[in-house]
Design a protein around this ligand. Structure first.
Ligand code: ZN
Length: 519
């Protein structure tokens, strides 16, 4: 018995309507960050509030409920009549899309409706006001200004998570699952254990090596106009299609997508040439993911990255494995030198590559190099876990934060602004989000290791054939959108489940070589 198409088409139409509302909100959000005048904020956010109400009504409404139930029932009976083990043919792909679409829509509906509406509104108010309190506390570098609000957010967040808590699940695992569903908490514990045991002592070795890498030539005299020229050139070079994408400027670089023909990214220019440059390459990695999503999936709930971590794996792959390799710069470094003859004219490709890979333990996560980055994330993971398990109190947070930086990175923040108050995430209630950043880097390393067995990445990059490398990502990852979860993508692409040892191996080999440390 084939799934009757009318019901499914009706469901699809309703979901498209919901998607249109969501895309409208994303357009406004983009505009807010890049072009809107200063005073637009308040009235515009009221407008967004109304639109999100419309989205809620569609997704949580009775029509959606009925359609989902009917589709699910039909799919159930179809599944029972089917033999398993059939290879993914085109027909199966169409069927898989239908099944996954219903699953995702159900999940989204549950997520929206599992919390009593008044509580959700109260929570939204709390977190939107918290942004200002956090900013004030950070400006004055005084944690006590933010601590009472943070306490309220944590209590509320725990309560909200408890509505979705399943047997055997911790509260923190529920939160983690919002960003990376296919990783239970014990998998993450294992991952960060490996990072702690392997990378903390390795960083010590690097520090002890005493080798200084000069990067002073990356700062000073890089005009915004020339940096912009470089940004466009690099974006185009890595395959960002300006007929289907826009590059703009915002305070914090980000990427957003309305569908696979309109993907927008931003950068931010400052004194350091590598800041904007690597923002563009990083966001470019996110953008290639969105641009590569299959036409059948775009503008649907499946037309997005498999998870936060998988998205981050693609941006980090393009940024680090490609963009920070010497091979990547071989065909284009001459052009970059021509753009900045005064700063880079006498800097060799080797010196340039060393500079963009310089390791320096610092206090600020967003400025961290590739090697120390995951240690910043590990600290946040440990703290979030301890907070949710009530092993530490909000009042202790500033000190425990500083202790952990001293223990793992060998440096201690002198004030709260460069310590516990540096990230905006907790004021937004985003607990469980941070691990995605580190997991993404580890996914990227595993994909890279496997890719090198199939194609000669270094030679292709040296010959300027970067498209063949990014096509590999599109073929194995991008086009599937959210059709598979991230562990399935890893298994299908690399032939094995997630294995964090590739990440450690990649970092040790790369930085061991650069700093002359034997591993
Ligand atoms: Zn990113």
């Amino acid at each position: 018995m084939a799934l009757k198409n009318e019901t499914y088409t009706e469901l699809e139409t309703l979901l498209k309507k919901a998607y249109a509302v969501q895309a409208a909100m994303a357009v406004i959000e983009w505009d807010n960050e890049t072009a809107a005048p200063k005073e637009a904020g308040e009235l515009t956010s009221e407008m967004v509030g109304r639109l999100s109400g419309v989205y809620y009504e569609i997704m949580a409404g009775d029509d959606m409920g009925k359609l989902l139930k009917t589709c699910e029932k039909k799919q159930e009976s179809q599944k029972n009549g089917q033999k398993d083990g059939s290879k993914a043919s085109e027909k199966n792909m169409e069927e898989l899309i239908k099944v996954r679409m219903v699953e995702e829509a159900k999940k989204e509906r549950e997520l929206l409706t599992c919390v009593p509406q008044e509580e959700f509104e109260e929570y939204t108010k709390l977190t939107s006001a918290a942004g200002k309190t956090w900013a004030k506390a950070k400006e004055q570098s005084d944690f006590s200004i933010f601590a009472p609000t943070l306490k309220k957010i944590i209590d509320f967040r725990k309560k909200l998570a408890s509505y979705r808590q399943k047997d055997g699940q911790t509260i923190y695992e529920v939160m983690l699952g919002e960003f990376e569903e296919s990783f239970p908490e014990n998998k993450l514990d294992e991952f960060f254990d490996i990072i702690r045991k392997e990378l903390v002592p390795f960083l010590d070795e690097i520090k002890k090596s005493g080798k200084a890498v000069d990067n002073s030539f990356l700062k000073g005299g890089y005009s915004e106009e020339k940096q912009r020229e470089l940004a466009v050139m690099i974006a185009e070079y890595i395959g960002f299609d300006f007929d289907r994408g826009v590059l703009s400027v915002s305070a914090h670089p980000f990427t957003t997508s309305f569908h696979n023909k309109d993907v927008r990214m931003t950068t931010h220019y400052d004194d350091w040439a590598d800041h904007s440059l690597f923002s563009v390459i990083h966001e470019g990695g996110h953008a290639l993911y969105e641009l590569g999503i299959d036409d059948r999936l775009t503008q649907t709930l499946l037309g997005q990255g498999a998870s936060m971590a998988m998205h981050e794996s693609q941006s980090r792959f393009v940024e680090n494995m490609i963009g920070r390799s010497e091979a990547f710069w071989v065909p284009i470094y001459g052009k970059v030198q021509k753009l900045f003859p005064k700063q880079l004219g006498n800097v060799s490709l080797k010196e340039f590559t060393a500079a963009i890979n310089r390791v320096e333990p610092g206090l600020i996560r967003t400025n961290a190099d590739e090697l120390t980055y995951s240690l910043h994330i590990m600290i946040r993971y440990e703290l979030e876990k301890a907070l949710m398990e009530e092993k530490i109190e909000v009042e202790d947070l500033e000190k425990v934060w500083a202790d952990k930086y001293e223990e793992y990175l060998g440096i201690r923040p002198e004030n709260a602004a460069e310590g516990v108050l540096q990230d905006i995430h907790w004021s937004q209630g985003s607990f469980g989000y941070f691990p995605s950043y580190a997991l993404g880097s580890a996914f990227a390393a595993q994909i890279y290791e496997h890719m090198k067995e199939e194609i000669d990445v270094d030679s292709l990059l040296k010959e300027g054939k970067i498209g063949e490398v990014t096509d590999y990502l599109k073929e194995h990852i991008h086009r599937f959108g959210r059709l598979k979860d991230s562990r399935q993508i890893l298994r299908d692409t690399t032939g094995e489940d997630f294995n964090p040892h590739y990440y450690v191996k990649y970092l040790k080999e790369k930085y061991g070589k650069l700093y002359g440390v034997s591993i």
